[in-house]
Every structure is written in C-alpha cells, then in structure tokens.
Design a protein around this ligand. Structure first.
Ligand code: AMP
Length: 282
C-alpha cells in the first residue's frame, strides 16, 4: 500500500492509473477504523481496480465544544489494517494540505442540511459537503463508497453530486452492527462499560418503531413519542427520533412508502446516531 500526504503526489499516481484504464474507488474516512469502514473497503474492492482510502479528521465539520481535539486517532493501527485489506493507496493529508489558510469557499446543500443533526450541529453538514467535494476533486474517483449509518450525510452528498454535476457513482453500504445491534462507530469507544450495556437499546427502539409502523395501529407521531419516552427512561438524552420520508428526510405520513427512522441520542459523553430504512408495499 502506498501512503501519500500531498495532493500533487496523489494526483500523479492517479493520473498514471487512469492512463492504464484502471477504475478507481474512493472510501473517505476519519480513521479509527472498524468493521463498518472495512465493509466499505470490501465493497470498493469488488467494484474497481484500485481502492483509495483517505483518513482525515475534518475540522470544518466539528463545531465549538465538539470532540475534534479528542476524536480517536489510531493511525498506526489503521495503516496495519489497511495493508491487510490490500488497499492500494492511503491518502493521509495534513489540515494545511487540504484547507488554504484564507479559504473563502464552503458548500452548503440547502434545507436538508438544517434538519435533524443539522438542527443541533449548525455548520456540520456544510463542513461535510465541503470536504467530500474537495476530496472528490482531488482523487477524481469513478465511484465513492459511503455508509448508510450516516443516512442524512449520504442524502446530502447525493444532492451535492447531482447539483454540482460531479462525475462519480455513489455506492452505499448497509449499516454494520455489533452482535447486540449497536451500530459500529468510532465514537462507541467513548462509552463506559455501563453505558455500553444500555447503548443497544437505541437500535431496539428503532426496531420497535419499525414493527409498530408495520402494524399500522398508531400515528407516526405517537410512535415517535412513545419510543422517545422509552429511551429517556433508559437514560438516553434524545436529540431526535423521527419517522421520515427516505428521499427528503421530511416528516413522513401514512401515505409515504419509503421511510427512514432517524435517531440521535447522547449517552453520557458520546452522541450516537442510527437509523432503519423501511419500504412499504401497501
Ligand atoms: P467516519 O470515519 O465516521 O467519517 O465514516 C467513514 C465512512 O464509514 C462513512 O461513509 C460512514 O457512513 C461509514 N460508516 C461508519 N460506520 C459505519 C457502520 N457501522 N456501517 C457502515 N458504514 C459505516
């Protein structure tokens, strides 16, 4: 595996690969790799000749008081993992390589970026859209692999790619979970042993809500309220628990066929997000 820190050297290698007609898949990450990330890499390998992974803890998607400084950085371990997964190129830039000190441009995908996580984390999705756009410009891959774990992020990137005519195919990968249902996340490491036992109830709450939607006995707003109460009683602070339309993430009603239940909670220090996608036939 080649590890490169500079845009110039990365571009030169990619140009070389493209000259040889090789297809390129890109998996952007913030590191502290777990099985969720590795599933993206596996999927990327299946669909392309070369796989590029980036590890970059992107400062612009963290707001004041969030965990940018303390975000888990496990570079040496990550490099070993990527070598065993036979990744072709790791892009490991410094902040100065990515952001000009007098940068004036940020990308904002309107409306959807202000919903759900965007309500609490005002600049977050603008930071995400900007870094993904920059990385796509730098790497110029044929395909980008993104996790459904970050459902709102995925929806925002889809809109950005559409609106800015970025020539890339987006492949999404299902959520990878621990055996007890907790969605894998770099932030799970912040959980204490006690909180770790409680954490899978978030997924359980989503499953219960999904069952209730299928039973069709209660309104969506009632189901949301009920599940929020259950989570609060278990010790979660619930930021939102919302049954939404999968396409635009606005609140869904009973006529909608493609739904996603989106939830974000804090449990002690970490903020956990999770979701369930539901397709209804009747
Ligand atoms: P991150 O390093 O948290 O920025 O995540 C990098 C990519 O991995 C994103 O596309 C995430 O959606 C994806 N990802 C993170 N956790 C999971 C998971 N548990 N299952 C599937 N994909 C994931």
């Amino acid at each position: 595996m080649k590890t490169l820190n500079s845009i110039l050297s990365l571009r030169s290698l990619i140009t070389d690969w493209k000259r040889q007609q090789m297809s390129i898949a890109f998996v952007p990450t913030m590191g502290n790799l777990h099985k969720g990330h590795l599933e993206l890499i596996k999927a990327a390998k299946e669909k392309s000749d070369k796989v590029v992974v980036s590890i970059f803890v992107n400062p612009t998607q963290f707001s004041e008081g969030e965990d940018f400084e303390n975000y888990p950085r496990t570079q040496q371990q990550d490099i070993k993992t990527l070598v065993t997964y036979d990744v072709d190129l790791l892009f490991l830039p410094l902040i100065e390589e990515i952001y000009h000190s007098e940068a004036k441009t940020m990308i904002t995908v309107a409306d959807i970026s202000n919903l759900h996580c965007g309500k609490m984390r005002k600049a977050h999705f603008s930071g995400v859209a900007t870094i993904v756009c920059k990385l796509l410009n730098i790497v110029q891959p044929d395909r980008i692999f993104l996790g459904e774990k970050d459902f709102q992020q995925l929806a925002i990137i889809r809109l950005m790619v559409r609106d800015l005519n970025i020539a890339v195919i987006i492949d999404s990968v299902k959520i990878i979970r621990e055996t007890d249902g907790l969605a894998m996340s770099s932030r799970n490491g912040y959980l204490t042993a006690e909180q770790r036992k409680i954490a899978p109830n978030l997924y359980q709450g989503l499953c219960n809500a999904a069952d209730k939607i299928k039973q069709n006995l209660q309104s969506f707003r009632e189901i949301e309220q009920q599940q929020q109460c259950v989570l609060i009683n278990l010790g979660f602070k619930v930021d939102y628990f919302s049954i939404c339309r999968a396409n635009d993430l606005l609140f869904a009603d009973k006529n909608d066929k493609e739904l996603v239940i989106l939830a974000a909670v804090t449990l002690g220090k970490p903020r956990l997000i999770d979701n369930i996608y539901i397709k209804r036939w009747s």
